[in-house]
Design a protein around this ligand. Structure first.
Ligand SMILES: Nc1nc2c(ncn2[C@@H]2O[C@H](COP(=O)(O)OP(=O)(O)OP(=O)(O)O)[C@@H](O)[C@H]2O)c(=O)[nH]1
Ligand SMILES: [Mg+2]
Length: 522
């Protein structure tokens, strides 16, 4: 039997079941007088008002929760090696340090790989110099056309140096084994997570021809010498949680259950590349500090100090027996991104009494072949952080040696600010790698040789950054798909303290905007 009761409205009370206990308990007595009835109806009216108020409060609270739950989304964009993944690491270190630090063992392997690759480059440079040396001595003076390239020239390589080099040749094999270890824990496919984790070698062999270390001409300046980016890199398919998989694997092999990274790193594992690195430590340090080696690298324009994943100034520490990466090491580690990956954080919202707000930060691969994957993420972003590596004004794209990296960045910036899908999205520019820019300018590399319009302005960091900043702002003003405020920051995203301040300001701005949009703040 059905009984429908509107308990708080006496007038509208509908009784269909006179024997229902609840109905009977609220039915007015038959002897009710007029004044009793008036008093009862007034009470019921008052109760209804309270009930309605409660309903409204509940509904408002639900609405607030619904709106507050709207997550803030940030997309990191920029060309390859602009610093997107490093910016993401800063987010993680700032807002999810526990997860960041639990990933130390995987980053340790990447850092070892970076070190070994740097040595691979040095060994190749020495081989090139040897080849030139041989060519120089075998060339007869009567055939001047075959004289060695003036860019390299004969360099006297001592027998000791060549012996050191021969001992370090084993690092090339170590490189392969570290990649294997990162992918399938030693080459097998026992661990299915890692078997599919696919740390990939980007296509193209290491190109060691002398011509590539010399002339690549910038379209903006026919006389400019451009630095060739390394042509082979290890990349990660970001759709797979490789760090977690790698940690899991190490835990399994070490039969450890703790998630503390120091416990996970199994220093006694005979397969750990750390043993070979430690055994080679003295030779590595000696080779890197050798004057002849530095000289031939300089002659071949191999500037490892300015390249990604440079750790050679910390060899002593990194080749130590029980090396564990620091936070700074992890920020400097280089692993190319493939695909798009989403990272979630919960951040305290200072504007709403410290309640937690979900954030999603998307990191994408910046290589040209990866850029088509960006577009589906343009919808519904609160902000884009665009990374412009301004130190790269004298470099070419790894994927196309005819294209200057700064020119590519300007083109990308133009296409992002003018994209109609992004007209409601905040765009924040990071003019990144200011530290490298400073070193380059101090070393005499002239911006005007690559950006003709710079003219005879002083070649120092203040003037150069102000000029580039104006250029980016000008493009935004001219091309933007909607009126926008230009947010431009000079950054060195491997420097956590300065980057954290910028990210904290960004966080506050986005939280405030998000609240304004949901009409809760005002
Ligand atoms: N010295 C210096 N190095 C930086 C800076 N920003 C990033 N790096 C380094 O540059 C390298 C490339 O940075 P990533 O963050 O991997 O670049 P990315 O934009 O994610 O590159 P892709 O994944 O290929 O798209 C890493 O080794 C970083 O540590 C900076 O401001 N200064
Ligand atoms: Mg990346």
């Amino acid at each position: 039997m059905v009984s429908k009761v509107s308990a708080l409205s006496g007038v509208e009370t509908l009784l269909t079941a006179h024997d229902d206990p609840l109905t009977m308990s609220i039915t007015p007595p038959a002897t009710e007088t007029l004044s009793e009835k008036t008093e009862r109806l007034a009470l019921e009216q008052h109760a209804k008002q309270i009930s309605d108020q409660i309903d409204q409060d509940i509904e408002r609270e639900r609405e607030r929760e619904r709106k507050a739950a709207k997550c803030i989304k940030v997309l990191l964009l920029g060309q390859s090696e602009s610093g997107k993944s490093t910016t993401l690491k800063n987010f993680q270190l700032l807002y999810d340090p526990k997860t960041f630090r639990s990933q130390r063992p995987s980053w340790r392997a990447v850092i070892q790989l970076n070190v070994v690759r740097s040595f691979h480059t040095i060994l190749e440079a020495i081989t090139r110099a040897q080849k030139h040396d041989r060519e120089a001595t075998s060339t007869s003076p009567s055939s001047p056309r075959r004289s060695p390239s003036p860019k390299i020239g004969p360099i006297q390589l001592s027998p000791e140096l060549l012996e050191t080099k021969a001992r370090l040749d084993q690092l090339v094999d170590l490189e392969k084994s570290i990649v294997d270890r990162l992918t399938t824990a030693g080459g097998g496919s026992k661990n299915s997570d890692l078997a599919t984790a696919a740390l990939l070698l980007a296509p193209g062999p290491i190109d060691t021809t002398i011509a590539n270390t010399q002339l690549n001409e910038s379209p903006s300046s026919p006389t400019a010498t451009l630095k060739k980016a390394p042509s082979r890199e290890v990349a990660i398919n970001s759709s797979i949680p490789w760090k977690e998989a790698f940690n899991k694997l190490l835990r399994a092999s070490g039969e450890r259950s703790s998630i503390e990274s120091r416990d996970i790193i199994d220093f006694d594992d005979p397969e750990d590349p750390g043993h070979v690195l430690h055994a080679c430590s003295k030779d590595m340090i000696q080779l890197w500090n050798d004057h002849t080696v530095r000289h031939l690298l300089e002659k071949q324009k191999v500037r490892l100090e300015q390249s990604s994943g440079f750790f050679l100034d910390s060899l002593d520490r990194i080749t130590g027996e029980r090396y564990t990466p620091t936070d700074d090491d992890i920020l400097k580690a280089r692993l190319k991104t493939l695909g798009v990956s989403e990272y979630r954080f919960k951040l305290k919202d200072p504007a709403s009494s410290g309640s937690l707000r979900d954030w999603k930060v998307y990191d994408v691969g910046g290589h040209r072949s990866q850029r088509a994957a960006w577009v589906p993420y343009f919808d519904d972003m609160d902000a884009i952080i665009f990374l412009a590596p301004i130190s790269c004004f004298d470099e070419v794209l790894e994927e196309d040696h005819k294209i200057n990296r700064l020119e590519d960045t300007f083109k990308l910036w133009t296409s992002i600010v003018s994209n109609p899908l992004l007209k409601n999205t905040n765009i924040i520019l990071f003019l990144n790698k200011v530290d490298i820019l400073r070193t380059k300018l101090a070393g005499g590399v002239m911006l005007k040789d690559h950006v003709v319009s710079y003219g005879d302005r002083p070649n120092d960091v203040d003037n150069v950054t102000a000029y580039l900043r104006r250029k980016f702002a000008g493009i935004m003003q001219e091309k933007s798909s909607s009126p926008r405020v230009f947010y431009g920051h000079l950054t060195t995203v491997i420097d956590t303290s300065s980057t954290n301040k910028i990210l904290a300001n960004l966080r506050d701005m986005l939280m405030r905007q998000n609240l304004q949009q949901t009409n809760l703040l005002y």
